[in-house]
Structures are given as C-alpha cells and as structure tokens.
Design a protein around this ligand. Structure first.
Ligand code: DGL
Length: 271
C-alpha cells in the first residue's frame, strides 16, 4: 500500500480531464497536478523547448514525493516520454498515447477509418499512427493538426459559435474526404469540446485517451502493490504556473466540485 500522491502534468488545464476518471476508478488515490498555464500552448513549440519545460515540471513533482508520474499531455508524451524515463528511473512514468494506440490496434479492423486530431507537434511526431500501424498494419489511420483548439479552450471559448466554426474549419473536409468513423481526441484539452464535436458529427465513435490512460495507471499500481488505502487522508493539490481566472473556473467545472474542496497553488518554475 502506498498513500503518496500521483503526479499529473500538462501544458495547462487539459490534463485535468483525466482526473475525474481516476477518482471514479480509484477513489482512494490522491493527485498533485501541475498545469503550465504560463507557457501554454506547447503544441506548436520546438521539441527542445517542450523537453526543457517538461523536465522542470517532472523534477518539481518528484520533489513533492509522488509515487508515479502521469504525462497527461499528448504533446509531451509524443516527444519526451523516453527522455523523462531515462532521467527519472525510480518511479513509473505513464504516457497517454500508448494505452490508446494499443486499444485501437486491438479493437478496430480494416473497415474502420480512424482519424486522430492533435497539436502540430503530436501529429507531426507520427507517434499514434506509427504505433497503431506497427501493432496492426491493416488499419487505416489519418491525422490532422488542429492547433487553434487549445488557445481557445484555455481562454474559455467553448460553448460558443467561434469554437463551432473552428471545428468546422479544421474537421469538415478531414472527416468527409477520409470517411472517418472513429475519432481519437489526441490532445487532453479536446474532451472539453467533445460535446461540440458530437453535436456537429453525431455518427462518430469518439475515443478519449484521457479515459484510456486510467487502466494503465491502475494496472501499474496493482502490479507494484502501490495502490492507496481507504485510510488515505491526504489532500489533492493543483498547481499552475499562472493561476488565471479561467484556470480556476475551469478546474471546478471539469472536476465538478465546489471551490472549498480544492487546494489551488501558484508555482513559478523560474521562467
Ligand atoms: N493537452 C496537451 C496535449 O494533450 C496540450 C497541448 C498544448 O499545449 O498545445 O497535447
């Protein structure tokens, strides 16, 4: 048994979309979350910059005595997973892409038309496509960068016609020309606009990696006998490098909780 918290991190508020699924599946677990809201978005930055930022965050979370690191960000998982694992070898590090790619490879067949949307960095890395095709070469996989979604979401522009127009702009041709039937939300911010996407393209089967990652977390904690016990009385703590009004508003909305139930902290990573 291990009551230490799990460290989650993302470029901003996107990684929060995994947390309700974690609490549903493993209610005794606690988290320390870090959102790099001062430097978001990462998805159009140079890989060397993303490596530098994510190493700073991982070091900070390790200094908080977490029992596991979860990279709740596709962009960082696509570019920095191996490097972070080689730097930090004493606790497990879970990336968000492989669990989803593995599920698609085992559950989809040659009749499916799989579309992956994500940031420029995630899509140009080809990590989803390569892993899915390696495991199941007959699958048909298409991808598309949708870089304006993250800045709009971080600004709180969600249930709004600007967001709907942006979805149409990026996705109408992508979906229709490639006859996509299965869509992977390859950025942890995108579950926040899932309802918009479902309304605009109601027949799509949507796959949410923010949910898929939970099975891997549970499996590793069970295998290592590191699950938290029912007596776990630690708090969940949420850090942001810029505690903006929108981050504070969104966190309560995503976690569906009252303000008094959360500990929010500002953490400057010596920018
Ligand atoms: N949530 C991140 C991801 O999953 C965000 C990307 C960004 O900061 O551009 O890729």
């Amino acid at each position: 048994m291990d009551n230490r918290p799990i460290g989650f991190f993302d470029s901003g508020l996107g990684g929060l979309t995994s947390i309700p699924h974690l609490f549903n599946a493993l209610p005794n677990e606690r988290v320390i979350y870090f959102g790099d809201t001062a430097r978001t978005p990462y998805g159009s930055k140079a890989v060397s910059t993303i490596r530098q930022y994510s190493t700073q965050i991982a070091d900070f979370l390790v200094s908080q005595d977490v029992k596991m690191l979860v990279i709740a960000c596709n962009t960082i998982s696509a570019t920095c997973l191996d490097e972070l694992r080689s730097k930090i070898s004493d606790i497990p590090i879970v990336g968000i892409i492989n669990p989803t790619a593995d599920r698609i490879a085992s559950e989809c067949d040659q009749d499916n038309r799989i579309g992956i949307i994500g940031t420029k960095v995630t899509v140009s890395s080809g990590v989803y496509r390569d892993r899915i095709k390696k495991l199941n070469p007959i699958l048909k996989v298409f991808d598309k960068a949708t870089p304006a979604f993250v800045p709009l979401i971080e600004e709180g522009i969600i249930e709004n016609e600007i967001m709907d127009l942006t979805i149409h702009h990026y996705m109408d041709n992508f979906i229709s020309q490639n006859h996509i039937d299965t869509l992977v939300l390859g950025c942890t911010h995108y579950p926040i606009i899932r309802k918009n996407i479902e309304r605009i393209y109601p027949s799509l089967n949507i796959i949410n990696p923010s949910y898929e990652i939970i099975g891997s977390i549970a499996q590793i904690l069970k295998d290592k006998d590191n699950l938290a016990g029912e007596d776990n009385n630690r708090e969940n703590v949420f850090y942001a490098s810029d505690l903006s009004e929108n981050f504070s508003n969104m966190i309560y909305k995503i976690l569906e909780t009252e303000k008094s139930n959360l500990i929010l902290k500002f953490k400057n990573l010596d920018l």
